[in-house]
Design a protein around this ligand. Structure first.
Ligand SMILES: Nc1nc2c(c(=O)[nH]1)N[C@H]1C(S)=C(S)[C@@H](COP(=O)(O)O)O[C@H]1N2
Ligand SMILES: [Mo]
Length: 237
């Protein structure tokens, strides 16, 4: 993910509700997997220099230091009428939450730093959302469950946390970022946040959580990244 990427332009797709001046698809070091960057007019001016010096110029860009990633090149669309967060797997009572039901669970807030394994970070991100135990409570996980599988609407992006990891005090299912509903590019309507681990564990566009007996292999882990993505301790970074 840290080789200077190839930049290709792509016209905005007609069904996209939000228009950007341009989309830049950046092929990553992992063949065939693309990362998506975009921004408004500013990107056009920096096209060509963005990849080698992205870290240096990031603070002046409208993305506020974030780089937007998608494995598919197409961001899932959140439809409040049909979206559900499904809780299943090794549970007594599978649960399906609407967006309003999710929002009605106890609200948690935190300010934490977000780290991508490729070396960029965004400090002091203000998140609001729900704690995982509040989401799992109604489903009543079986004692045989030791891990959680997080499934994105962006197929086939999944990742896992052990129950122990998932119960760290600042693990969150975030539906707001910096005082606003989570934007589509950041994983609307809800994403996993685990500040102790690199970004690839922070699944965007969440649609399901399954209680499983043990943590399996997440999307990036299948491509060689560490299963336990502890910031500062994993992948030699
Ligand atoms: N569904 C999905 N979730 C994802 C990714 C992705 O490509 N698809 N990329 C991961 C990686 S590697 C990082 S660093 C963060 C980036 O978050 P951002 O796109 O909001 O900046 O999202 C993570 N979650
Ligand atoms: Mo990342």
């Amino acid at each position: 993910m840290d080789t200077p990427p190839v930049i290709e332009g792509q016209e905005p797709q007609p069904e996209e509700p939000r228009r950007y001046g341009r989309k830049l698809f950046l092929a990553t070091v992992v063949g065939g997997v693309s990362s998506l960057y975009w921004g408004k007019a500013a990107w056009d001016q920096v096209t060509g220099v963005v990849s080698p010096v992205a870290g240096a110029i990031a603070p002046i860009l409208p993305t506020g230091g974030w780089r937007i990633y998608t494995i598919s090149g197409h961001m899932p669309v959140f439809d409040p009428a049909s979206w559900r967060l499904r809780i299943g797997g090794l549970v007594e009572q599978p649960v399906s939450l609407t967006y309003d039901e999710l929002r009605s669970l106890p609200r948690a807030e935190q300010v934490t730093t977000f780290h991508c394994v490729t070396g960029w970070s965004v400090k002091n991100v203000h998140w609001a959302g729900v704690r995982i135990h509040d989401v799992l409570a109604r489903a009543k996980p079986h004692a045989s469950g030791h891990a959680l599988q997080f499934t994105s609407m962006e197929v086939p992006y999944i990742d896992y946390l052990t129950l122990e990891q998932a119960s760290l005090h600042d693990v969150m299912l975030a539906y707001e970022m910096d005082g606003k509903p989570l934007a589509r590019e950041h994983g609307a309507p809800v994403r996993l946040i685990i500040p102790e681990m690199y970004g690839y564990k922070n699944v965007k566009w969440l649609q399901g959580i399954d209680v499983v007996d043990q943590a399996g292999q997440g999307y990036w882990e299948g491509l060689g990244y560490d299963k336990d993505a502890w910031v500062g301790r994993s992948n030699g970074y």
